[in-house]
Structure formats: structure tokens, C-alpha cells
Design a protein around this ligand. Structure first.
Ligand code: SF4
Length: 379
């Protein structure tokens, strides 16, 4: 029986880089394959991070090239940008992710049973990209719940509860088993009309079962998976089942610093002053320098810290045909001195409000407002 492949995509962001280091150090016997989808429009720091990681891991991070594109002399973004006749991608028409990230990824996997590792942290409330291909199974090692939503949906589906209870009996006895019984008994419907309610109940079930023991829960899920066609059904055992680590933002920065791989410079906060008020800005994520998911304050950061890249981003805008990076403002408008001042003051105000309530990190503040960005590019 063929074993599944174990792969990890390096986006150029801090979380996937830290995940590569963490998995390499914790599970040295695994044969992880690493890959990177280069859009040709990353910041230099991203390329540096990939190169530092390669040195640390002692392995090549496979760049998913497309010879057809390479032969044109264009980088992937420009190639597709031209084929779309200048139509820029946007949150509503995200052709960039589909063509430059997901398509090469699925080609790389090539239909083989594959476990794909995703760096969503234990302090984040979101799901990562789950492939629609049945052969690809996602695992989230930084979270308490390492399983993807599609696996949990099957696991807690009413039609599987009898089998699941039998598996649980191998790991729980007495009052814990009674508790499992009541968790499984709580009604849940997967009717699309009750999506929000379903998610709430599913989350409650998962957390309650995890609270009774992470390895016990993981082993039960693993036993259940053996009855499915998920990639992990091809493994006889799986080392991550006993892993109880939950890694949060501070751990990510620590791993990057302690390993010597380093934190990409664009995450470092830079101070600015406007009208006597002090603020800080940075870039919150990896990805293309002109990414339409970035905040206005990040555009200002790009303009002031990487003016040449900002200018390049401007060349893609075609105001006549309304192909602009932002829906309500062109880059030319954004860099008017009065507008920059406005954006900075607004940012200081929002930061102060959020800082008083929650995390002191600027990155949290930026990410908190853009939580649904492009996981594929930013992790
Ligand atoms: S970083 Fe932004 S622009 Fe680049 S591929 Fe991802 S979503 Fe598209």
C-alpha cells in the first residue's frame, strides 16, 4: 500500500515558515516535501526567508514553475495579467490565487494521496484552504484541533455516531465515556439552511471531546479515518496524534528567531508621526507587494518604505477602464499628502482603540481587520 505524501507550502509568511521549522525539528523522521508558489511579485524579504529556510532545513523548497509561462519571459503574475487584458484581481475575482497558487499546487500533488500541513495558529479562529480534491487532506499542527472541518463534519455526522462511539470506547472509560456519549447525543443537522448553528454545535462537540484528552480524541479520529478514503487512512500510525502543543503568535516569532531563520523585516514596526501624534506601521502579511487585500495604511507603508515597488504597483492601474487595486480610490489619490495624513491619523485612532482592549501588537490590529484575506498567500 502506498504511503501518502506529506507536504508543506511555504507562502513566504511567518506562520508557514515556523511550521516548517517546528515539524522538521519535532518529527525528523518524516519525509516532508516543501514547495513555494512564486508569483514573481513578492518582496525581497520573502525570497530571503525562503532561502534561509532552505539552509536551515537542509532541503530544497521546490519552486512550482510552469515552463509554458517561463518560456514567455514573464513572471506568473504578468503572464496572467496580460492574458486577462489588464483586468486586475480583487477579493471578488481572485484569479491570482486560483491560477498562481491553487492550480500549481494541485498539479504538484498530481492526484496522489497527500497530507498537506497548514500553519493556522492556535490563537486564530479560522479555517484554512481545504482542497476539493479527495486525495488531499489538511492537517493543522499548531492548533489543539489538528483536523480540518470536513473531517470533523464526517466524524460527528449522525450516521457515523455509532461507529465513532465504538472507537471512543478504546480510549475512554467510566465518566469520560458517559461524557462522550452525551457529546455524541447532542443533535446536529448538516442542513445548509442552518450553517451558522451547525458550526456552533460542531465546534462545541469538538472542543468538549478534546477537553477529555487530546491524544484520545486524535486516536479516535484516526481510527475512524481508517474507514474512509482520506490520505491518513494509508498510514498505520501517525506521530502527530500524541502532540498536545498549541502554538500562538509569540511562539512563531520565537521559533523564527531561535532557529536563526529570522523574522522577515517587513513585520518589524516602524514609527511615524503626524500632527504631533505618534503611530506605528508595518506590513501584516506576506504575498504580492500590491496585494489588494492590504490595508490603506499598508499601502502608505509601501509608498514610504518601498517607493519603487509602489510606483510599479501604480503602473498596473488603468483609471480609464477602472482597473484599480482598490474599489474606491486609485493609488494616485491615496498618495496625496492630505490623504496620507488622514489614513495615518485614522490608523492611530483605531490602533489606540484596539490596543486598549486587546493585543499590543500592531500585527494583531492589522490582521484583526483583514481576517478573511488570502490564507493561501499569507500564512
Ligand atoms: S498575495 Fe494577494 S495579489 Fe498575490 S496572489 Fe495572493 S491574493 Fe493575489
Amino acid at each position: 500500500m502506498n504511503k501518502p505524501r506529506h507536504i508543506l507550502g511555504i507562502s513566504g509568511g511567518k506562520d508557514s515558515a515556523a511550521l516548517a521549522i517546528y515539524l522538521n525539528d519535532t518529527y525528523p523522521h518524516f519525509n516532508f516535501e516543501y514547495y513555494f508558489c512564486d508569483t514573481g511579485k513578492e518582496l525581497d524579504e520573502t525570497y530571503q526567508l525562503v532561502s534561509n529556510l532552505e539552509s536551515y532545513l537542509g532541503k530544497t523548497i521546490k519552486k512550482l514553475d510552469n515552463p509554458e509561462i517561463e518560456s514567455t519571459g514573464d513572471d506568473p503574475f504578468d503572464f496572467y495579467y496580460k492574458s486577462f487584458r489588464g483586468y486586475l484581481p480583487s477579493p471578488q475575482a481572485r484569479w491570482c490565487t486560483a491560477l498562481m497558487k491553487l492550480k500549481p499546487f494541485e498539479k504538484f500533488v498530481n492526484g496522489e494521496p497527500t497530507v498537506s500541513y497548514v500553519g493556522i495558529r492556535g490563537d486564530e479562529e479560522r479555517e484554512g484552504y481545504i482542497s476539493r480534491e479527495n486525495n488531499i487532506q489538511s492537517i493543522f499542527p499548531f492548533r489543539k484541533n489538528i483536523w480540518s472541518n470536513d473531517v470533523m463534519t464526517k466524524f460527528f455526522h449522525p450516521e457515523n455516531q455509532k461507529a465513532v462511539l465504538d472507537f471512543f470506547q478504546n480510549y475512554h472509560k467510566g465518566t469520560n465515556l458517559d461524557r462522550i456519549f452525551s457529546i455524541l447525543e447532542e443533535p446536529i443537522t448538516f442542513d445548509k439552511n442552518f450553517k451558522a448553528e451547525t458550526e456552533k454545535i460542531l465546534k462545541r462537540k469538538v472542543n468538549s471531546a478534546l477537553d477529555l484528552g487530546i491524544p484520545e480524541f486524535n486516536r479516535t479520529v484516526f481510527d475512524f479515518l481508517q474507514t474512509t478514503d482520506y490520505a491518513l487512512a494509508l498510514e498505520e500510525d501517525y506521530a502527530l496524534l500524541d502532540n498536545e502543543d498549541v502554538l500562538v503568535r509569540e511562539d512563531i516569532f520565537r521559533i523564527l528567531r531561535e532557529s536563526g531563520v529570522g523574522v522577515p523585516e517587513y513585520y518589524e514596526k516602524i514609527e511615524f508621526e503626524v500632527d504631533g501624534k505618534k503611530g506605528e506601521y508595518a506590513r501584516s502579511r506576506s504575498g504580492c507587494y500590491f496585494c489588494f487585500f492590504q490595508q490603506k495604511i499598508e499601502w502608505v507603508w509601501l509608498y514610504e518604505q518601498h517607493p519603487a515597488l509602489f510606483e510599479k504597483a501604480m503602473t498596473y492601474e488603468n483609471e480609464d477602464e477602472l482597473f484599480t487595486w482598490m474599489a474606491n480610490e486609485t493609488l494616485k489619490e491615496l498618495i496625496q499628502p492630505q490623504r496620507i495624513k488622514e489614513i495615518k491619523l485614522g490608523h492611530i485612532q483605531r490602533s489606540n482603540k484596539k490596543e486598549s482592549k486587546s493585543s499590543p501588537y500592531l500585527l494583531d490590529i492589522l490582521e484583526g481587520t483583514e481576517r478573511d484575506g488570502c490564507n493561501t498567500c499569507f500564512l
